[in-house]
Ligand binder design. Structure first.
Ligand code: ZN
Length: 73
């Protein structure tokens, strides 16, 4: 299984919020996007990031399953 890194992405312009994740954010914080200037709700950004990771894991899992079934034939 690969490791998946969680990247926080701006909800408005989809650009990775790189500069700001080194700062400490708490629930309810706003993460300022340097690209579009919007403030992202921390909780929503985390939710979005989590969903992406779940999707990636699911895709990887599906791929592994397919390979397993190929091997069985
Ligand atoms: Zn943005």
């Amino acid at each position: 299984m690969e490791n998946f890194t969680i990247s926080l992405v701006c909800l408005f312009c989809n650009i990775e919020l790189k500069d700001d994740i080194s700062k400490e954010y708490k629930s309810g914080s706003l993460i300022h996007c340097h690209n579009c200037g919007e403030d992202n709700d921390y909780d929503s950004v985390i939710e979005e990031a989590k969903e992406k990771v779940i999707k990636n894991v699911k895709n990887e899992f599906d791929k592994s399953l397919k390979n397993i079934f190929k091997g069985l034939r």
